[in-house]
Design a protein around this ligand. Structure first.
Ligand SMILES: [Zn+2]
Ligand SMILES: [Zn+2]
Length: 189
């Protein structure tokens, strides 16, 4: 855990007695990588978190909300997207000895549990998961976005229903070449 990270917070003033509660609000600067391929929290924008820390027997339960500003592209037509997101946070952070006890019981998932280290909790992975895991794999500009016309690249939702492209029959290419050839011969006759 990097204590210089702004996301690493101290819980030293939270009594370990079960049921003890602390409320805390934060405004973080969003890092670069809070997102998926087509959608992310605007880097550098304000990431607001309202959290409640509650002592429980295994560690500290964190519950609350997080508000962010999203940017991205529609998966079908690539139109730029801008949106606000409001997500809930609910995560149990374990005392190292609680995680150790679970490991000793053979709980394989206990290896990856978020841990309290020296009275500190790293909020970054907790907030990242609550935001990123709620993101759609295929963000859309509109529910019924029909994507782009393959020929001209315009958005189908903005094109008339009868939009089409006319193509010359490739056989005309041959005739045009023949005509040019005949004309050439004629000029040299
Ligand atoms: Zn779209
Ligand atoms: Zn078109």
């Amino acid at each position: 855990m990097d204590l210089r990270s702004p996301f690493v917070v101290s819980i030293v003033d939270l009594p370990r007695q079960e049921g003890s509660v602390r409320h805390q609000s934060y405004v973080f600067e969003t890092p670069e990588d809070f997102g998926v391929e087509l959608l992310r929290v605007v880097p550098g924008s304000a990431l607001k978190a309202n959290l409640m820390f509650q002592s429980v027997s295994e560690g500290v339960l964190i519950q609350g909300t997080v508000d962010v500003t999203l940017e991205g592209r529609c998966a079908r037509c690539l139109t730029e997207l801008h949106d606000d997101a409001h997500e809930t946070v609910a995560e149990l952070i374990f005392y190292p000895e609680s995680a150790k006890a679970l490991q000793d019981e053979g709980d394989e998932e206990a290896d990856d549990l978020p841990l309290i280290e020296d009275d500190h909790i790293d909020l970054e992975p907790i907030l990242r998961d609550s935001i990123v895991l709620s993101m759609p794999f295929t963000p859309l500009c509109e529910e019924d976005c029909e994507g782009l016309c393959q020929e001209c690249g315009e958005r189908w939702n903005e094109l008339p229903d009868d939009h089409t492209h006319e193509f010359l029959d490739p056989r005309f290419d041959g005739l045009a070449a023949l005509a040019a050839e005949l004309e050439n011969k004629g000029n040299h006759a």
